[in-house]
Design a binder for this molecule. Structure first.
Ligand SMILES: *Cc1c(COP(=O)(O)O)cnc(C)c1O
Length: 423
């Protein structure tokens, strides 16, 4: 390696004795070892050896305003002065709930939690409580966090019952999880015909964000809406990545499709831990204490997270962020496509709004297709990019993000690095 990573290597040696795999979340593990971060500001992240990288991973999505945004920082500091955990309701929660409900027509009520995992886990429980049904459908390879019911192996047929994808998850906990491939309406119809009356919910990322970005085919989400409605199945859009990224109103605004429930996270915490689930009033009134579906959390509605979230919304609206970032995304994808064509590579540049990725292979429409991409080739490319001071997520299966802190020069350096390193 050209970049010096002596200190990171030492930290890793120590970390892996104390923390499984040396990391607090598996996606952060990079072989032979990850760089350990000491600070980050704007578009730059700095490691323990003093190397700086332009960051296009951005904490896997939350940092749409870059690192250490001054306005968010100020909000957090002001909140810290007033205390940061009360265990009582606050006006801040009402304000943020009101803002979210005003932006998402599908959301009448919300409940704040601390992570996206909690949000999808709770949304599924609510959908089951509301419908009195046990099964739910997810997309094969779709990611909804790390709770038992969604940790299901990919690769089984559309109508077979879910098998656990992790040790420690009993088969009993996943047998009610059904899976269909993304962009496959036939498979969805088949599952509905077989299990329709037992299905509480269909949960999906409107754009698959955790295996690249994989886009919905024209009309797919509309058809999903129609079929779930006909079968009285609660449609849950997991917008933990796409919410407040593709548009203020997320993918549902972008594509004009209205789900029954929505899960949010990442961006809406301004970098502080948060998750949100919300939806129609009649469904959300099922949640305790107003209804019989239990859900609770010590840190739910954390004042620092909620205050940061309100400031994020202010900035996104005042600075017209989505219009600008989405245009930058279009320009960037066109630029990378030119490079891929110049180099004569049969790679695919995929993405929408401020999400992008080069697939080392054909454009995938679902999880099985993304698996055909050249994973190892991608990993070598990842290290060449790191040598060029560009930090991309260390996997073919993660989305790259743009933020408002990326300068013209950052993007020129990114394109130059693609030009130099893709082949
Ligand atoms: C990140 C993510 C989650 C999990 O959120 P955490 O805050 O990491 O628990 C759930 N769904 C989607 C679509 C995500 O991208």
């Amino acid at each position: 390696m050209l970049v010096e990573l002596t200190r990171s290597e030492k930290l890793y040696e120590k970390a892996r004795k104390l923390i499984p795999g040396g990391v607090s979340s598996p996606v952060r593990a990079i072989k032979p070892f990850p760089f350990y971060t000491v600070s980050a500001s704007g578009s730059k992240i700095t490691d323990a050896d003093g190397n700086g990288y332009i960051d296009f991973c951005l904490a896997y999505g939350p940092n749409i305003l870059g690192h250490a945004n001054p306005k968010i920082k100020q909000t957090i500091i002001e909140q810290l002065d007033k205390g940061w955990l009360y265990g009582t309701p606050t006006e801040l929660e009402i304000k943020l709930a009101e803002r979210i409900a005003g932006i998402y027509p599908s959301i009448d009520m919300v409940r704040f939690v601390s992570t996206g995992t909690e949000a999808t886990m709770s949304a599924l429980r609510v959908a089951r409580g509301f419908t009195g049904r046990n099964k739910f459908i997810k997309i094969e390879g779709g990611f909804h966090g790390a709770h038992d019911a969604v940790l299901v192996k990919a690769g089984s047929g559309a109508t077979t019952l879910g098998k656990p994808d992790s040790l420690g998850v009993p088969e009993d906990f996943t047998r009610n999880t059904l899976q269909v491939p993304f962009n496959d309406i036939e498979a969805l119809i088949e599952v509905m015909e077989k299990y329709g009356k037992d299905i509480a919910a269909f949960i999906l990322e409107p754009v698959m964000g955790n295996v690249g970005p994989i886009l919905p085919d024209e009309g797919y989400l509309q058809e999903v809406r129609k079929i779930t409605e006909e079968n009285d199945v609660v449609l849950i859009f997991d917008e933990v990545i796409t919410g407040f990224r593709m548009a203020m109103g997320g993918a549902q605004e972008y594509y004009g499709v209205t789900p029954d429930m929505t899960t949010l996270g990442k961006i809406i915490g301004g970098g502080m831990p948060i998750g949100v689930f919300g939806g129609k009033r009649e469904i959300m009134e099922m949640v305790a204490p107003s209804g019989g579906v239990y859900q609770a959390g010590t840190y739910s509605g954390s004042p620092t997270s909620v205050a940061a979230g309100i400031t994020v919304l202010d900035i996104l609206e005042e600075e017209n962020v989505h219009k600008k970032l989405n245009a930058t995304g279009d320009k960037l994808r066109a630029g990378i496509t030119d490079i891929v064509e110049d180099l004569g590579l049969n790679y695919n540049v995929c993405g929408v709004s401020s999400m992008f990725k080069v697939f080392f292979g054909d454009r995938p429409r679902n999880y099985q297709e993304v698996l055909r991409c050249d994973k190892e080739g991608y990993l070598k490319f990842f290290f060449r990019m790191l040598e060029s001071s560009i930090f991309l997520p260390p996997s073919q299966f993660e989305t790259n993000f743009l933020c408002t802190a990326h300068s013209e020069e950052d993007l020129e350096r990114l394109l130059a690095a693609y030009q130099a390193n893709l082949k």
